[in-house]
Design a protein around this ligand. Sequence first.
Ligand code: DGL
Length: 269
Amino acid sequence: MMQNKPIGFFDSGVGGLTVVAEIFRQLPDESVVYFGDVGRYPYGPRSKDIILQFTRQDVAFLREQDVKFIVAACNTASAVALETVAAENDIDMLGVINPGARAAIEATRNGRIGIIGTHATIASDSYPKAIHKLDDKVKVFSLACPLFVPLVEEGYQDKQAARLIAEDYLKSLREVKIDTLVLGCTHYPLLKKTIQDVIGSDVRLIDSATETAAEARKYLEQKGLLRSDGKQTRHKFYVSDVPDRFAPVAERFLGRRIDNIIIVDITKY
Ligand code: DGL
């Protein structure tokens, strides 16, 4: 039965586990198949063509796992490639951009929204386009914050170095008086405390992982696709490489240990 199949997730690496962590919280009865392209991480500094090629392969792999629905848990892949890849496939897909955009529109009071993400996400203009589709009067201020990703991977999110870099990056967004800031990258929710301290407590932070999980839940409810067999969940985690430090980093993103990580050759897809 369709509703008892797992949900597929993919990301450029471990970052998308923030979305899976939210799914575990919001939809504890669902089974998950996750693919993290750890061997080709990061996607953020890459060209549109390469991100598109990688996203096509990630989706082709998940389709082979017979999932009922695919979540692009990577902001960069969602921003740059999802629209194209979704049009090429006959399976429903959800990215992180629209849920984040909707939540930002609901949150803003002064109509001034900031977006932070990787170089590729910001260059794609996907967040401003998604926001303006909902409300064309809102002012959107976009900013690439590429150094946040390695800071989080190295566990520096609460250190002074992270604060100094955040102060430098976010200065321009403070000056334009945004009241809402979209954390448009899988890694940024782990920097929430530092970002909030620097941007000010009056600015509302939008976590696209939380919003995406909520939207996935709504979608499955509406389509009658919530799992209903009452059996124990079975999660599977696939990656394109397992670097030495993979396990502790993945655990930081997911909030629990992952056993049985399976390596796949993604270039075959
Ligand atoms: N997962 C990416 C994103 O959300 C961040 C890491 C990368 O650059 O691949 O944009």
